[in-house]
Design a binder for this molecule. Structure first.
Ligand code: SF4
Length: 98
């Protein structure tokens, strides 16, 4: 019984660690969703915006619509979503920066 509980504890710990790693990779959100208008939030949803691009080569940082003040900025305005997005983010309107 104790061995079973130990295995379950370890399994939960690994799952929690995996979730923390995914969150840390994306970093904190650039904007509180509660601060966005319904139309902006709707656009983010319809274009499937995420803070963590599945393919880092197609992250917002490499998109022509991402407008950082400095190249190293982790958050910047997106001209399509008309709101702040993460450099590590992505949406279906991704367009390779020229
Ligand atoms: S259009 Fe999409 S991929 Fe490009 S910067 Fe905006 S959110 Fe990121």
């Amino acid at each position: 019984m104790a061995g079973h509980d130990r295995r379950r504890f370890i399994a939960y710990g690994l799952q929690a660690s995996a979730l923390i790693c995914v969150s840390a990779a994306a970093g904190p959100a650039c904007v509180d969703p509660d601060d966005l208008s319904d139309s902006v939030q709707g656009m983010r949803d319809s274009l499937e915006y995420t803070d963590a691009a599945a393919d880092p080569k197609q992250a917002c940082r490499a998109c022509s619509y991402f407008k950082p003040a400095k190249a190293s900025d982790d958050c910047a305005h997106c001209e399509v979503l008309n709101s702040p997005v993460r450099a590590s983010g992505h949406c279906v309107s991704w367009t390779k920066r020229a």
